[in-house]
Design a protein around this ligand. Structure first.
Ligand SMILES: [Zn+2]
Length: 385
């Protein structure tokens, strides 16, 4: 893998997400011809979204005419200067020089910023979204030590860069609706890459079921509904980083609306609902009163750990429902008897109830006694024959 400048990517994401969030000033081009092709920002909202960065970089946003591109570059330069002033230039150079994801994350986990205390958010290399969330927390985490704070900010930006980089490389599983680990063909459920012997046969079963379920959805022309809607997925992706970095700014009304839509989708999707309830393990009252953020976390754990976005879950719920239904249909355990067999089993039960023996029933129904023996094994209700 060629090297990446994660700090630069991270800063770009922070800035752009703030603009997507609403810091970009709306204007009507015909009224302001001089503003065409230039992007301006709302300094107050921008400072609210990035308080530490604006404060520590000492950039007077107004002085740059509120121009987004100028402010973006100026803050980046000032962060470097700030690092230099606090004797962190070596780290700046380290974090802006090109390297692989693994090198960066290994070094981060060895650093003093990999806190395991209760205030620190969850950090998991496998859950891509937690890397950026941890980064954002580091950026806003103020201590008494300015040298440490300046370094925390550098690490924070680099971590956000890692999430962005990995996320861009994610795909959709070749079988189902889930996202994949960057560069992989299959989701965790359908990947056979884990090689420990204990899980190997289970993985193989999952793979087989996945393959069959995929063939079934293809046959019924449901592929687009399960894996597709590419345009929509891209549209959701555009706001996903923004929702991830600035979740507390999602206003209450938006959260309530999203939650309503999720519950509405769930009410139509019994398979998904059953899995979700099993994962949460709470009463119905607790379930409907779940906070929006908790609900999203549970959905992520139940349906797709690699989904970063907070929005678009109702679509994902519908995709998952079709998938679970297909999986169920092709699972060996739930194969149904044909109509003919069902009728014969019912007749067997009746005749057995009248006291006929196995061979008498077989003769009457023109089937072999061994077939009845098979039914006895599989159907406990006729086992007393
Ligand atoms: Zn899959």
């Amino acid at each position: 893998m060629s090297g990446i400048n994660f700090l630069r990517i991270g800063w770009t994401e922070l800035h752009n997400s703030a603009m997507i969030f609403g810091a970009e000033v709306d204007y009507w081009p015909p009224d302001y011809p001089e503003l065409v092709n230039r992007i301006y920002l709302d300094t107050r909202l921008y400072s609210n979204l990035l308080p530490r960065i604006v404060k520590d970089s000492h950039v007077d946003l107004e002085a740059y005419g509120c121009r987004s591109d100028l402010i973006f570059n100026m803050i980046f330069k000032r962060i470097r200067k700030n690092a230099k002033n606090h004797d962190n230039l070596r780290w700046w150079q380290y974090l802006t020089s090109e390297k692989s994801v693994n090198t960066l994350l290994n070094d981060f986990q060895k650093s003093s910023f990999n806190f395991h205390n209760t205030q620190a958010p969850v950090f998991s290399r496998i859950q891509i979204h937690t890397i950026a969330k941890y980064g954002m927390w580091l950026i806003n985490h103020e201590t008494e030590d300015p040298k440490q704070d300046s370094l925390a900010m550098l690490w924070g930006m680099a971590l956000i860069g890692v999430t962005k980089y990995l996320w861009d490389k994610q795909g959709i599983c070749e079988f189902c609706y889930r996202r994949t680990w960057p560069g992989r063909r299959f989701c965790e459920g359908h990947s056979q890459s884990q090689s420990d012997t204990k899980n190997r046969s289970k993985n193989y079963m999952n793979y087989r079921t996945g393959k069959k379920a995929h063939e079934l959805i293809k046959k019924h022309e449901l592929t687009e509904r399960v894996q597709g809607a590419t345009m929509l997925k891209q549209a959701i992706s555009a706001t996903a980083m923004c929702d991830l970095l600035y979740p507390e700014f999602l206003d209450k009304e938006v959260k309530t609306d999203e939650k309503d839509m999720i519950f509405q989708a769930l009410s139509q999707c019994p398979y998904v609902l059953a899995r979700l309830k099993m994962q949460i393990g709470c009463s119905y009252d607790e379930f409907i009163n779940l906070e929006y953020d908790h609900l999203i976390n549970h959905l992520r754990q139940t349906l797709d750990p690699y989904e970063l976005s907070c929005r678009g879950w109702q679509l994902k719920i519908f995709s998952a429902e079709i998938w679970f239904a297909a999986e169920r249909k092709v699972s060996p355990g739930v194969r149904k008897n044909g109509k003919k067999a069902t009728a014969r089993i019912a007749a067997t039960k009746k005749l057995a109830a009248l006291g006929l023996t196995k061979s008498e029933i077989a003769r009457k129904l023109k089937i072999s006694p061994s077939t009845i023996s098979k039914w006895i094994v599989r159907k406990p209700e006729i086992s007393w024959i």
